[in-house]
Design a protein. Sequence first.
Length: 423
Amino acid sequence: MDALIITGGRRLTGKVRAGGAKNAALPIMATSILADGPLVLRGVPDLADIRTMARLLGLLGVKVERKRGGTMVLQSAGRSPKNRAPYDIMRTMRAGICVLGPLVARRGAAEVSLPGGCAIGDRPVDLHLKGLRALGARLEVEHGYIVGSCQRLRGAEMYLGGPFGSSVTGTANVLMAAVLAEGTTVIDAAACEPEVQDLAHVLVKMGATIEGIGSPRLVVEGVDRLHGCEHRVIPDRVEAGTYLVAGAATRGDVTVDGARWDDLFALVNTLREMGADVERLDGTIRVSARRRLASIDVTTLPFPGFPTDLQAQMMAALTVADGISVVTEKIFPDRFMHVAELGRMGARIRKQGNAAVVHGTEQLSGAPVMASDLRASAALVVAGLMAEGKTTISRIYHLDRGYEGLERKLRSLGGRIRRINMR
Ligand code: EPZ
C-alpha cells in the first residue's frame, strides 16, 4: 500500500492547474446511456472513481474509450439488456447511483445495488427514489438492489428538499430521467451546485429542454430522443480550493489556473476574512498570506454556501489560526474523521455534535496519520505541509480517488512530498 511522506514547513509558491471536476464528470458519463449518438468528453480527470464509472458503464453496455489528453468517448448500445449495476462496484463508489435515472428513462429497466457504507456518514437515496417514482417509475428495494421498471416516464411536479437541503446526485438522477419523460417536469429544491449545472448543460447540448439551470427550480420539457454531443468538463472547484487553502495555510503565494471565481466565492470570502489576499486574474485565482491567519467560524451549506468538500481542508488550516474557530457541518453531520488524526499532529479540536471547536495553536508537528476518506486525506496533506517535521500519511488510495497528480502539483509549488510503497 502506498503512503505519502511530507516534510512540512515550506511556503507553497507558484502556479498549478485545476483538472476537470470529478463530481461533474461522473454523472455526465452516465448521460451516455440516454443518448443515441456518441458522447465526447474533454477534460476528464484520470482518477480511480472515473475508471470505476467507466467499468460500470462497460457492464451496462456502454463502449468507453479513453483517448489521450483527458478525452473520453462513450457510446451506448441503445436498449441493451445489460441493466444491472452490481454491489461489487457500487460499494466502492457511490456515484454509481447516477446510472439509475438514465437506465429507467432510456431502457425501462434497472437493477442497481444500493451503494455501500461511507466514512462520511449516512448517505440515503430516498430523494432519488422519490423523484423517479414521481415520474412514474416502479422502484422496489429487493435484496440490496433497487429494481426499477417503467413504460415511458411522465413529467411531474416534485419537491426534492431533504433534512439537509437538496441532493446533488439526487437532482442529477431525476433530471437525467425527466429529460426523456413525456411532458413537463418541475423539480423544486433542486441542487444548484456547479456540477449539476454542468450536467444540465450537457443534456441541453444533447437536445433536452431545461429552464432554470443553476436555480433551485428546474423546469424540463421532455423530448423523445437525445443525440450525442461534445463537452468540456468544468474545472474541479474542490481540487482548486484545496490548493488555495494549502497556499494560504503555508503563508505562501499560490495561483490556481482554471479555478472559477463564482464557483469558489464562499471560499474566497472565508480566506479573505481570515486575512489572506485573494484576487481574480484572467481565469485564475491567486491567494497569498504573509501573516498568521485569523480564526473564523465556518458553516457548510449547499451551493453557493461553503462546500462540505472543503470543510476538512479548511479545518486543517484553522488548527494554526490565531484564535478559536467553530466549524459547523450542515450537509454531513458526521463528517469529522479528520479530527482525531489532526489531533495526532498537535491540533486542539473538540467535536460537539455537528460542530468542531478549533483552538488555534502556533504549530503542528509531523506524525504518522491515516487517511479515512477523500477530503479528510486532503486535510492531512494540508496539515503535513504546515507542520514541523515529517508526516507519513497511510491509506492514500482515498486521495487517488479525487486528486490527479497531487504530489507532482505540490512539488511544483515547492512542497516536499513523495510517495512510498509501505509493503
Ligand atoms: C455529492 O454527493 C458529492 N458526490 C459529494 O462529494 C459531496 O460531498 C456532496 O454531493 C455534497 O455536496 C458526487 O457528486 C459524486 P447529496 P451526494 O445527495 O450527491 C442527504 C467528495 O468528496 N440526502 O447532495 O451523495 C445526505 O445524507 C464527495 O467528492 C438525503 O437525505 O450528496 C446529505 O446529508 C463526497 N436523501 C445531503 O442530503 C437522499 O436521497 C446532501 O447529500 C440523498 C441525500
